[in-house]
Structures are given as structure tokens and as C-alpha cells.
Design a protein around this ligand. Structure first.
Ligand code: FES
Ligand code: FES
Length: 154
């Protein structure tokens, strides 16, 4: 299959990569751009470890093609930091050490950020629905919920 020139906007920077047109977004993010905070789990759109923000909305990056998201604003875990450092979700996770192996963690932080970046005090339903599809095989849920409680209280 021939390669195409693909223009992406990742973490506020424009990047052009030459890729096969059937290349999933996650492989461009990790292999072409070196942003390895986004993790490949199932590769089937079922675990959420590969989640990124596209125009502020959470999307799994393993089962979508990079070429279809040209010129969209894409944010990975590396792009969540502000000028002041970690964002509020990242700070809360750090405070409660809300990870075990950490493989699922960037996807969960991305999911929560999709809600907390839009709304200072989202409802419990909004938070729980953003976490749908985010799997953790280590059982970090209790510390994740503590981090969420801290976010809601701040
Ligand atoms: S790796 Fe993308 S949803 Fe599991
Ligand atoms: S902390 Fe290991 S999969 Fe969630």
C-alpha cells in the first residue's frame, strides 16, 4: 500500500508524517512521534488504555485511522500539562498514587480530563459515564475513586 502525507495537530504542534493510509492513530502517536504515554492494550476498542482527546472528546486511538483525523486537535497524556505543571486530574492521581502497574492510567486520566476540562464540578453520572470502557486489571479503582472525590471537593 502506498504511503500518504498525513498532517496532524498533536498537543498543539503541527506534525507531518509519511504513513500507510491504513495506519491506526495509536501507532503514529507512539512509533512516529514517540509519545509513548498512550498505551496499546486490546487493540480492539474495548479497554480504553489507548484513549486520547480529539477536539476535547475521549476516543480510543487503536481502532481509528490517523488519516481520518488530519487537522483535528489531538491531545495525548503528554499534552495535558499546563504552564503551571500537571493538570488537576493528574495532580489528584499523583496525590493518591492512583495506579498499580499504570498501564490503564493514562487512558483513565484522559477520560476524566475530558469531563473536568469542560466542567469544574461534573455530576457523578457524568464522571461514571466518561469512565465507561476504561478497564483496569490491577484493581486500582478504589484509589481512582479517592482521586475523583478530591477533584470534586476542590
Ligand atoms: S487498546 Fe484501544 S481500546 Fe484497548
Ligand atoms: S493499574 Fe494496572 S491495569 Fe490499571
Amino acid at each position: 500500500m502506498a504511503k500518504i502525507k498525513c498532517n496532524l495537530n498533536i498537543n498543539g504542534k503541527n506534525k507531518t508524517v509519511n504513513i500507510h493510509e491504513d495506519k491506526p492513530l495509536i501507532f503514529v502517536i507512539r512509533d512516529e512521534l514517540g509519545l509513548i504515554g498512550t498505551k496499546l492494550g486490546c487493540g480492539l476498542g474495548q479497554c480504553g488504555s489507548c484513549a486520547v482527546l480529539i477536539e476535547g472528546e475521549k476516543k480510543n486511538s487503536c481502532n481509528i485511522l490517523a488519516k481520518d483525523y488530519q487537522n483535528c486537535k489531538i491531545t495525548t497524556i503528554e499534552g495535558l500539562q499546563t504552564d503551571k505543571g500537571l493538570n488537576a486530574v493528574q495532580e489528584a492521581f499523583k496525590h493518591f498514587n492512583a495506579a498499580q502497574c499504570g498501564y490503564c492510567t493514562s487512558g483513565i486520566i484522559i477520560s476524566l480530563s475530558s469531563v473536568f476540562l469542560k466542567k469544574h464540578d461534573p455530576t457523578k453520572n457524568e464522571i461514571l459515564s466518561c469512565l465507561e470502557g476504561q478497564l483496569c486489571r490491577c484493581g486500582s479503582h478504589a484509589s481512582v475513586m479517592k482521586a475523583i472525590d478530591k477533584l470534586k471537593a476542590s
